[in-house]
Design a protein around this ligand. Structure first.
Ligand code: PEP
Ligand code: MG
Length: 591
């Protein structure tokens, strides 16, 4: 336990996204605006200062070249050509000479000169009416940041700022930050931005790191070195907790531990209701490191492998062989239970480090997921071949994200057929009967489920996006988090509709959105006829506990009542009451 001290306690309420109680020192992650320090140099120091600058330029040039190569291999030449403009900046002799001349004349270190000259060039360009030239201003700023980082030996990855055990406090964390986190050092996350289904939240859960998001301005209230207590289950944060608070939480932590220990005993028991209705619990994974946790928490098989995280955490983009190895590892670890590999859901907030795509006004409605894959067949087919190669193990299934119309499924299926032909031509074996399904996470897909059904083997409801797109509520925006309602009638009706259609066409439906990981909502989903729940591994014990205490007939009754309810709040209350009646220990963990 960390030593207590005299500062005044500040209590804050945010959105608890990953349970657990933890007390540690704060590590405040500053946004990466590199501080530019100005100091004089002597005439003797000029040559070494210029050498330092030239070395940083070479390092920057090499980094850009490497990124360009990687992006070109995976995304094609169009995207790689974005970096030509960056190379033009770093190789621009008049820009470089301007800086060197000023360093010699003013006898100051290179950083402030670089900043000043870059700002001058960027300002000039941004004022030009020509859009091509004004966009070059952004290139100059990007490249300057990179040269600055090379001059200081710093990296642009936020997580590398962490050297000691801590709780990370940041404005926001990109999935690429969380994907490269060191669990031996980071004991919790707290962020200003974010909401319950933002990808930072999902990663925190995956890493089993307690986390609270959506605190608006906690970064302005803490300093590195402060002590902070976070209660991820209840979404509470205490800066400089009092001795009484620490004592209270010590007791609470012990009680929760006892409940979790009890739930651990369910690991090998079947996820079966009191009246014998079986609801398989599979797991959502982002990283291969999570595979061990799947079985440990009593889930069987993978209902959603978010393969884009293979790209997000990586220094370089994985090729076909590297992807095949990863998919085989996932399949082998669960054999004979099925592993559903979702094709790349890249774009919007999920962009790899060093991966640049043109700016979009509304990236969540833009060129992402299946759209990005269909517009980059070389990227998509590389992944499809890798999944097919792994399918020879017999338990691999494939799934497309963000389908919004039938044609996307047909086009994707055609590319799968092409890949199968290519593999056959090379004598590479694969599962000829691989099951291919689709996510239902866009309202249009839910409403035309009957037209999609003939082209697939299963549906998987991505409720995180389904809620976002149905209710027009950004799933990552804490300012509208109160409008994000899983129990809204529109959502319940869409789930009901999709499940009924799937059964009519002989398909099965899983829920892999966070709704399935919320034990309070499990009876409702089961009552609506959902066939499988794919959950964050750490949530599996709670979900199984609820299933095993439930009567299927009660769940159906709850679903019928919910479908006829007047409001989201009413349905939420019905769900809460049911858990209070059958599994009150679940509420102990979150209330
Ligand atoms: C979803 O949208 O519910 C889903 C499971 O996909 P993701 O969270 O990766 O967008
Ligand atoms: Mg989604």
């Amino acid at each position: 336990m960390v030593e207590t001290h005299r500062k005044i306690e500040i209590a804050l309420k945010g959105i608890g996204v990953s349970p657990g109680i933890v007390v540690r020192e704060v590590q405040l992650l500053a946004l990466k605006t590199l501080t530019v320090i100005r100091h004089s140099i002597t005439p003797d120091e000029v040559p070494s200062e210029i050498l330092r600058f030239e070395e940083a330029l070479i390092a920057t040039h090499d980094q850009i070249k490497l990124i360009q190569k990687q992006v070109g291999e995976v995304l094609g030449d169009k995207h790689a050509s974005i970096f030509d403009a960056h190379l033009l900046v770093v190789d621009d002799r008049s820009f470089i000479e301007d800086i060197i001349r000023t360093v010699k004349k003013d006898l100051i270190n290179v950083e402030p000169v670089l900043q000043m000259v870059a700002d001058r060039y960027a300002d000039m360009l941004s004022k030009v009416a020509d859009s091509y030239l004004s966009e070059r201003a952004a290139d100059i700023r990007d490249v300057t940041k990179r040269i600055m980082a090379n001059l200081s030996g710093e990296t642009l990855n936020q997580m590398t700022q962490i050297a000691n055990p801590c709780i990370v406090v940041a404005r926001d964390l990109a999935p690429s930050d969380t994907a490269s986190i060191d669990k031996a050092l980071v004991f919790g996350f707290v962020t200003d931005l974010g909401s319950s289904t933002s990808h930072t939240a999902i990663m925190a859960k995956a890493l089993e790191v307690p986390a609270v998001v959506g605190l608006h301005d906690i970064t302005a209230k803490v300093s590195s070195g402060d002590i902070i207590l976070i209660d991820g289950g209840r979404g509470l944060v205490y800066i400089n907790p009092t001795d009484e608070r620490l004592k209270e939480y010590k007791k609470r932590g012990q009680e929760q531990e006892l409940i979790l220990k009890e739930l651990d005993t369910l690991r090998d028991k079947p996820p079966e209701t009191q009246d014998g209705y079986l609801v398989p619990i599979t797991a959502n994974i982002e990283l291969l490191e999570e595979l061990k946790a799947v079985g440990e928490h009593g889930a069987k098989g993978i209902g959603l492998y978010r393969t884009e995280f293979l790209f997000l955490g990586a220094e370089s983009l994985p090729d076909e062989d590297a992807q095949t190895i990863a998919y085989e590892q996932a399949a082998q670890s669960q054999n004979p239970s099925p592993v559903v590999i979702r094709t790349l859901d890249l774009g919007a907030d999920k962009l790899p480090v060093n991966f640049e795509v043109p700016n979009e006004m509304n990236p969540f409605l833009g060129d992402r997921a299946i759209r990005l894959c269909l517009s980059h067949p070389e990227l998509f087919k590389t992944q499809l071949r890798a999944i097919l190669r792994a399918s020879v193990l017999g338990n691999v299934r494939m799934m497309y994200p963000m389908i919004s119309c039938v044609q996307e499924v047909i086009s994707a299926n055609e590319l799968v057929q092409e890949c199968m032909e290519e593999l056959r031509g090379k004598g590479i074996p694969f599962d000829e009967n691989i099951q291919i399904g689709t996510m239902i996470e866009v309202p249009s897909a839910a409403l035309i489920a009957d037209l999609i059904a003939p082209h697939v083997s299963f549906f998987s409801l991505g409720t995180n996006d389904l809620i976002q797109y149905t209710m027009a509520v950004d799933r990552g925006n804490e300012n509208v988090a109160h409008l994000y309602k899983p129990t809204h009638l529109a959502i319940i009706r869409l789930i009901d509709h999709v499940v009924k259609i799937s059964h009519k066409y002989g398909l099965w439906t899983c829920v892999c959105g966070q709704m399935a990981s919320d034990p309070l909502l499990v009876p409702l989903l089961i009552g609506l006829g959902v066939d499988e729940l794919s959950v964050s591994p750490s949530q599996a014990p709670m979900v199984k506990d609820v299933i095993r205490k439930l009567y299927y007939s009660e769940a159906v009754e709850l679903a019928q009542k919910s479908l006829a309810s007047p409001s989201a709040e009413y349905v939420k209350q019905l769900c809460h009451d049911m858990i209070k009646g059958i599994a009150p220990e679940i509420l102990e963990l979150s209330e």
